[in-house]
Design a protein around this ligand. Structure first.
Ligand code: ATP
Ligand code: MG
Length: 409
């Protein structure tokens, strides 16, 4: 017999939070640190959406604050190059889930993510198409930064692309609002941004950071458009700093005044011998000199000198022939969705890729593939669960994939 308390739960009405049962789940398309993502179809309207499950596991105190933050930020943002949050849905509280609803964020569905597209050699971007990808990515960043939001997890898997070629910045799970509090330095956590895309200031413990952290990630993603695999795949913070120094030159007060005051400057090993080689090392992949120049400016060590989204959009790269051109035609040849979760690994050696944490307390990390660095530092490599372990068996969309290089430098 159902007690009156339980009966009351069942009768509770959530006027602004529909039941997720109005959607039918089709495929699992993502497994993030903080929950699963499904492709789903509205049973009546047939509209296709993405459902991102809110992970409640460690929540004794109700709805997770991190998910609330993501929702609040997504509700505030409205731009063609930012993913659209349509609604929040919930499961019905029943005796079977001990009266605990599961909540889902419901997004417009995008057919691909950039990591999935780059994993597939059959997907070939022309220079004009790469310009269109980067232009939309920077328009999105310009918009969120103007709205005083930092993304804090720029990486190819968090960049979605619709079948008609519209790019959407996604995954605002680590995003936060920022403002300059009348000259007072901010004290944000520096445990943000996936390691391979993490800028040097965060690796050195900076807590008073801002929009340039996202431009560093944009630079890594831009280079990846040609290399097809992340350009700096460190296995520890120290290793990541080594890789950055080998590409961008030694981190010294000469090129970066004030770096000596950062909390970890004396803790980390910073070799003094490296020359900056961004253009030289990228040239074999990125033959366009304007592209090399823009990547070089995005990968500036000193955040105060790093190019911002607005100046990037004004860079000659976007204004000389070939001009940015629509992705729709190229994508129309690819009828199956491509997501990082479904893709053939882009890297040979699979290890744990360090994910940022949402809070200092939650040390959740998630597994992803990783290639071995050609310039090993001899540091201990972290072991980790292999993503192939939770990759579904070959679906039609991945069966014909030829995977991309394991290492580039
Ligand atoms: N609206 C969407 N349309 C299509 N696919 C999506 C959508 N939102 C997310 N995905 C897919 O699900 C994956 C995980 O989503 P998201 O990045 O938002 O979750 P997360 O748990 O924060 O992930 P992670 O911890 O891996 O960064 C994305 O990389 C993408 O492949
Ligand atoms: Mg993500």
């Amino acid at each position: 017999m159902m007690g009156s308390r339980e009966k009351n739960y069942e009768d509770l009405i959530f006027p602004f939070c529909d039941e997720v049962g109005k959607y039918e789940k089709l495929d699992k398309i993502g497994q993030g640190t903080f929950g699963e993502v499904f492709k789903a179809r509205h049973k009546k309207t047939k509209k296709i959406v993405a459902l991102k499950k809110v992970l409640m596991d460690n929540e004794k105190e109700g709805f997770p604050i991190t998910a609330l933050r993501e929702i609040k930020i997504l509700q505030q943002l409205k731009h063609d190059n930012v993913v659209k949050l349509n609604e929040i849905c919930r499961t019905k509280p029943t005796v079977y889930n001990r009266w605990h609803s599961t909540f889902y964020l419901v997004f417009d569905f995008c057919e691909h993510d950039l990591a999935g597209l780059l994993s597939n050699y059959n997907v070939k971007f022309s220079l004009g198409e790469i310009k269109k990808v980067m232009q939309q990515l920077l328009e999105g960043l310009f918009y969120i930064h103007s709205s005083k939001i930092l993304h804090r997890d720029m990486k190819a898997a968090n960049v979605l692309i619709t079948k008609t070629g519209t790019l959407k910045l996604a995954d605002f799970g680590l995003a936060r609002a920022f403002s300059q509090r009348n000259g007072q330095p901010n004290r944000f956590t520096n445990r943000v941004v996936t390691l391979w895309y993490r800028p040097p200031e965060l690796l050195l413990g900076e807590r008073n950071y801002g929009p340039p952290i996202d431009l560093w990630g944009a630079g890594c993603i831009m280079a990846e458009m040609w290399t097809r695999t992340p350009i700096m795949q460190g296995s520890t913070e120290q290793h990541q700093l080594n890789l950055i120094s080998q590409l961008c030159g030694s981190i010294t007060p000469e090129v970066w005044p004030g770096v000596e005051n950062l909390p970890l400057y004396n803790t980390m090993e910073l070799s003094k011998i490296h020359k900056r080689k961004v253009k030289e090392r990228l040239k074999p992949y990125v033959r366009d000199p304007h592209a090399c120049d823009l990547i070089d400016k995005m990968l500036t060590l000193d955040a105060s000198k790093r190019i911002d989204a607005d100046s990037s959009l004004n860079h000659d790269f976007f204004w000389v022939d070939p001009l940015p051109c629509d992705l729709g035609k190229m994508l129309s040849h690819h009828t199956h969705s491509m997501f990082e979760f479904l893709a053939t690994p882009r890297r040979g050696k699979q290890q744990q890729q360090q994910q940022p944490t949402q809070s200092q307390q939650s040390q959740a990390s998630h597994s992803s593939q990783q290639m071995s660095s050609s310039q090993s530092t001899g540091q201990s490599q972290q072991g980790g669960s292999r993503r192939s372990g939770h990759r579904p068996s070959a679906s039609a969309s991945v069966a014909s994939m030829s995977s991309c290089p394991e290492r580039i430098f």
